[in-house]
Write a protein that binds this ligand. Structure first.
Ligand code: SF4
Ligand code: SF4
Length: 358
């Protein structure tokens, strides 16, 4: 099971997407339970994955170190903006399986949304992690908004050569920042996805599997005849988030949503809180459900853009799936002929907090 652990509600940035720190009465800035409470909560789970999250998790690096020292049988993941990467000693970085660094693509896009010089500092952090030879999968975690050009931004991150995988999430449903979402979908996102799929397929012919997470997730399901989990991030059934006050919630975004509350680590154990939230209609009857999984539990419950807005985002998911279906037969042949290693298509190897469907 995946445990997304808030180490603090505080953040050292104030990105346009979320505005920075959580109010301390919603997500306290200090952890209000002990590592022993956490250990007792997950006792009996034979394959725990612990993902450090915030706020900015490295603002509380001493808690991270205590958890990694005392629950050393877990897999470790961190989602960080990377600015405080040196706050954690090298020996801890060596213990991570996955490190997700928040970066939106090109310098001007990242710095517009995240702040002055952030791009430079994240790239420096990624290069430093490579220089110390961490074994972790280093993932660029992009937020895609109106100034993003999915093709230009993903291609840019690929060209830096420091990220093993690239994942993106659309800044939709909870965001009211869009001026003209429809035009952006038609003129920017859809052509960009098409161009990226072309790029992916051209590389595959030469045996190179580019680490674009949404493509890998859908192609894996198509090629190995699997289904995506619902929702693909596992929220509420195989993944939970633990707030600094000990509350256990289905999705780390849903800190103040009643529907997301599942229990707390003082009174419950891990078996009590999983499997409690599901996606229903219209997703379960949707012909894309096996390859989409209902996309996002939070968006499914909240629908801030109404049903029409929900459907607009669906149309982007369906477009990407349809375009990937067009190349899946060719990719299968490349795999059967030994040009592509099947293992490289089995991504992610475990729930590493990439939500798979943007
Ligand atoms: S495409 Fe939309 S309706 Fe269909 S499964 Fe995905 S989120 Fe649900
Ligand atoms: S994809 Fe949606 S439900 Fe899943 S973790 Fe992200 S916001 Fe929460």
């Amino acid at each position: 099971m995946l445990y997304i652990i808030f180490t603090t509600g505080q953040c050292n940035l104030s990105c346009k997407y979320c505005g920075g720190s959580f109010p301390s009465d919603v997500v306290p800035w200090k952890v209000e339970y002990s590592v022993n409470d956490l250990r007792k909560f997950i006792e009996g789970d034979n394959s725990p994955v612990i993902a450090f999250y915030g706020g900015e998790p490295l603002l509380n690096s001493s808690f991270i170190q205590s958890v990694m020292d005392e629950i050393d049988f877990a897999k470790f993941v961190i989602q960080t903006n990377g600015l405080l990467v040196k706050h954690l000693p090298v020996r801890y970085w060596e213990m991570f399986d996955t490190i997700l660094l928040s970066i939106d693509g090109r310098r001007e896009v990242t710095n517009y949304y995240r702040g002055y010089n952030v791009y430079e500092r994240v790239v420096e952090a990624a290069r430093w992690l490579k220089s110390i030879n961490v074994k972790a999968d280093i993932i660029a975690r992009m937020t895609i908004s109106e100034r993003s050009d999915i093709h230009a931004d993903v291609f840019h991150l690929l060209s830096l050569g420091v990220f093993d995988h690239i994942h993106w999430q659309l800044d939709v449903i909870w965001s009211d920042r869009w001026r003209d979402f429809d035009s952006w979908c038609t003129n920017s996102y859809k052509p960009g996805i098409k161009a990226l799929i072309d790029l992916w397929a051209r590389n595959a012919i030469n045996g190179k599997v580019l680490g674009f997470v949404p493509f890998l997730a859908v192609l894996r399901a198509l090629i190995f005849d699997e289904k995506l989990d619902s929702p693909p991030c596992g929220a509420g059934f195989s993944s939970v988030a633990i707030v600094t006050n000990g509350s256990v919630i289905a999705c780390p975004i849903a800190v103040d949503a009643k529907w997301a509350y599942l229990g707390n680590i003082f009174e419950n154990c891990w078996k009590d809180v999983f499997g409690g939230r599901f996606i229903g209609e219209p997703c379960v009857s949707c012909s894309y459900f096996d390859l989409c999984g209902g996309r996002c539990l939070y968006a499914y419950y909240e629908r801030f853009w109404g049903d029409d807005g929900f459907k607009k985002v669906c149309s982007l998911t369906c477009f990407m799936i349809d375009e990937l279906k067009k190349i899946s037969g060719k990719i299968l042949k490349l795999m059967m002929n030994g040009v592509i290693d099947p293992n490289s298509l089995r991504y992610p190897p475990f729930n590493n907090t990439t939500e798979l469907i943007p």
